[in-house]
Design a protein around this ligand. Structure first.
Ligand code: NAD
Length: 284
């Protein structure tokens, strides 16, 4: 009988929190994990805040994987804890996008693979996310996005970079380069999860008050392993029909604050193929 192939999965941010919990789950399930982190102790030691660090990370993962990956979980991120706003933009948007793009061919190599981006509950509940910052990210303008991030402050930089990367991933997911190449790309949006990230935010009185005021109907923060379970599912066989999805796992926070806003019915737009199909039966 042929030996079962061991899947190879790259995880950024694998040294801590959700990334580390995902690593533990995947290794228990028998995967070979290539961890990437600015913290030491993972297979690839790289700083995803710079283009050079991202190029190094991609090259090192390609070397270790032999150019073929079964999965990628992009969990590395800086949080709403007073981190430098420009670095927040670079790590949370460009650090995720460039690693995904740089490893796309490796994800396409086996004909069927999965990629997961970690966004955040912040995209649904942070007020008035700066559209110029989201646009600068999506246009790939890193230096102006960093300047806008600095002008807006690190909390806004966090929310905007997490919104931009979710949009980028959902746009890419349905294209020939991604699903057309057999890569299922999805977005996980955690609510407050008990990792060093909110622990750092809680050290600041203002941020602690904001976090304390957030409704969490389940009555507690998520455990990192509860997010990792979703990550494992979405990059595993169970998530086989998921493509371009945005999955909120937040203990009810978003439903408590925005329950009436989603699902949103499609606006009637006569130029919209779906509208024509629904009203006339014509094929698009
Ligand atoms: P964490 O701080 O425990 O882990 C983040 C990891 O990213 C760390 O290992 C860190 O070293 C790494 N990292 C940071 N900057 C890096 C850089 N420049 N280059 C390479 N690696 C870098 O945080 P976490 O809670 O596990 O968060 C994981 C992901 O989930 C993040 O993207 C975060 O924004 C998102 N998220 C977390 C929460 C939460 O409440 N914990 C909520 C929503 C979204």
């Amino acid at each position: 009988m042929a030996a079962e192939r061991v899947p190879t999965i790259a995880i950024t941010g694998s040294a801590s929190g959700i990334g580390a919990a995902t690593r533990a789950r995947l290794e228990r399930a028998g995967a070979q994990v290539i961890g990437v982190d600015v913290a030491k102790g993972q297979e690839v030691h790289a700083d995803l805040s710079s283009a050079e660090g991202r190029r190094y990370a991609v090259a090192a993962v390609l070397r270790r994987s032999g150019g073929a990956l079964d999965g990628l979980v992009a969990s590395a991120g800086l949080g709403m804890d007073g981190a430098d706003a420009a670095a927040v933009v670079s790590v949370n948007y460009f650090g995720v996008r460039d690693v995904l793009v740089g490893l796309r061919d490796a994800l396409a190599a086996n004909g069927s693979s999965r990629a997961l981006v970690l966004s955040s509950i912040a995209v649904a509940i942070y007020p008035d996310i700066a559209p110029q910052l989201v646009d600068a990210c999506l246009k790939g303008e890193e230096s102006s996005a960093r300047e806008l991030g600095t002008a807006c402050g690190s909390d806004m930089a966090y929310a905007a970079s997490k919104l931009a990367i979710a949009r980028w991933a959902r746009r890419a997911a349905v294209t020939g380069d991604w699903i057309g190449a057999g890569i299922r790309l999805n977005v996980l949006s955690p609510g407050i999860t008990d990792t060093p990230m909110p622990a750092r935010a809680l050290q600041d009185d203002g941020r602690a008050a904001q976090l304390g005021a957030l409704p969490i109907p389940i009555g507690r923060m998520a455990l990192p392993d509860e997010q990792a379970a979703w990550a494992e599912f979405l990059i595993g066989e169970g998530g086989g029909f998921a493509c371009g999805g945005f999955y909120s796992v937040d203990g009810g926070t978003e439903a408590a604050l925005r329950g009436e806003d989603w699902p949103t019915p499609c606006q009637a737009q006569p130029q919209n193929d779906l509208y024509r199909l629904a009203t006339t039966g014509d094929s698009p």
